[in-house]
Design a binder for this molecule. Structure first.
Ligand SMILES: C[S@@+](CC[C@H](N)C(=O)[O-])C[C@H]1O[C@@H](n2cnc3c(N)ncnc32)[C@H](O)[C@@H]1O
Length: 403
């Protein structure tokens, strides 16, 4: 077997150079954990709109090591089942598991502010590489990691064992946390969520930190860092942008079919106060998801070729459809929720606050709601009614609200 110590040192040096890795303890972890052990049976490399399978056994050892120590995210599963050893040529598919780009992994775990003896819960084991880094730093007994996909969890468990870490790998829905090993000092999610499940807060010690990516759109997610208070609430802020694959039960089902049928009956029509094209920018897209969780942005064209922009919330059966109108835009809204009214209000508040960066957003989480602020101004409050259709949340409500 190839000794990859030089590649590990080189990767660590690159991460230090990029500013993602600053703490000597985490540098030691990157230098110690062989990433290639976590990539079996192989990876999918992007090739245009397809994914080229590359396996460890089918590659020259030097080439495999070069891939394993790339600074990119390495996709290890497509469409919830496909691994690189199962196909012989480039395929289409949606990534459903990966080894996240090392710069994001280490900068996130540095933000977690772990200390000796801390108990950490990770949601989204994936390949197990990030869990291994934490095991190196904290010891295998202090790390619990949950993966929803049984095959992915089994591969990660085997890789962690091979790397020398008999950690607590759990197969299950991480949105429910893992009460058996609670309370935790730190919770970190390496899949994106629409909100921080209250179960994580209940399973974290007062003073403990939770770090998770909020958002489900490809461009427009924010990394939330909250601290749990003595009274069972949690508060904190968005510390930056981040992109992660969505928690499985919250992954958006693509809106397809005849869009005109879905938007045939509108309850209202008016001129917009702000342009919906703002949603192409990261921060407005983030705010839109806070204001209308579950809404999806769809770009389409009419049969005459005119540009169409729509927001759909399939769970709440609501839509907002935009059409260009001179220099402005018209919006038609239908269904029980006026999606654009809520989004426009958040965008207007943000504009009035001087269009600050995503790091200006603060949040407070209680067992009933998520509330977001910029400066002294409340941007939006999400309550359980925003989360209808989300299976995990319904289970969560059941658990929390039971008398
Ligand atoms: C980006 S990968 C994780 C990267 C991983 N930490 C690593 O460093 O290799 C995200 C993982 O989260 C898992 N996942 C998605 N939803 C989940 C859930 N509800 N509970 C636990 N794991 C989940 C996916 O199956 C996927 O393996």
């Amino acid at each position: 077997m190839t000794d990859t110590a030089p590649e590990r040192r080189a990767l660590a040096a690159q991460l230090v150079e990029a500013g993602a890795l600053t703490a000597p303890e985490w540098r030691a972890a990157v230098e110690a954990v062989p990433r290639e052990l976590f990539l079996n049976p192989g990876v999918f490399l992007p090739e245009g709109a397809r994914w080229r399978p590359v396996t460890a056994v089918g590659s020259e050892p030097a080439e495999w090591v070069r891939i394993a120590y790339s600074v990119d995210t390495l996709t290890t599963q497509l469409d919830g089942h496909l691994t690189a050893d199962q196909v012989g040529e480039a395929v289409r598919g949606l990534p459903t598991s990966s080894s996240t780009m090392p710069a994001l992994v280490v900068s996130m775990i540095e933000s977690l502010e772990v200390e000796e003896g801390h108990q950490v819960l990770e949601i989204g084991t994936g390949t197990g590489y990030s869990a291994a880094l934490m095991c190196h730093r904290l010891g295998e007994d202090n790390v619990t990691t949950i993966e929803v996909d049984p095959d992915v969890a089994a591969r990660a468990d085997a890789a962690l064992e091979t790397a020398g870490y008999s950690t607590w790998t759990v197969t299950g829905d991480g949105l429910l946390g893992h009460p058996r090993r609670a309370p935790y000092d730190r919770v970190i999610a390496t899949c994106a969520v629409r909100r921080i499940p209250y179960t994580w807060i209940r399973q974290t010690k007062p003073g403990g930190i939770i770090l998770a990516t909020l958002g489900s759109w490809a461009n427009g997610a924010g990394l939330a860092k909250v601290t749990v208070n003595d009274d069972g609430t949690a508060e904190g802020r968005i510390i930056g942008r981040a992109s992660f694959m969505q928690a499985r039960s919250q992954a958006a089902v693509p809106v397809s079919g005849d869009l005109s049928a879905r938007t045939a009956y509108a309850d209202s029509e008016r001129q917009t106060k702000v342009s919906p094209l703002m949603l192409d920018e990261w921060m407005p897209a983030f705010l839109a998801q806070l204001a209308a969780p579950g809404a999806q942005l769809v770009r389409a064209a009419t049969s005459e070729g005119a540009r169409l922009l729509c927001l759909f919330d399939p769970n709440r059966e609501s839509f907002a459809e935009f059409t260009a109108d001179g220099d402005g835009w018209q919006v038609r809204q239908g269904g029980p929720v006026a999606l654009w009214d809520d989004i426009e209000q958040a965008l207007t508040a943000w504009q009035e606050a001087g269009r600050p960066d995503i790091t200006a957003v603060r949040l407070l989480i209680t067992n009933r709601a998520h509330t977001y602020w910029i400066g002294g101004q409340q941007i939006t409050t999400q309550t359980a009614s925003h989360w209808i259709g989300d299976r995990s949340v319904l289970r969560w409500q059941h658990r929390v609200d039971r008398p």
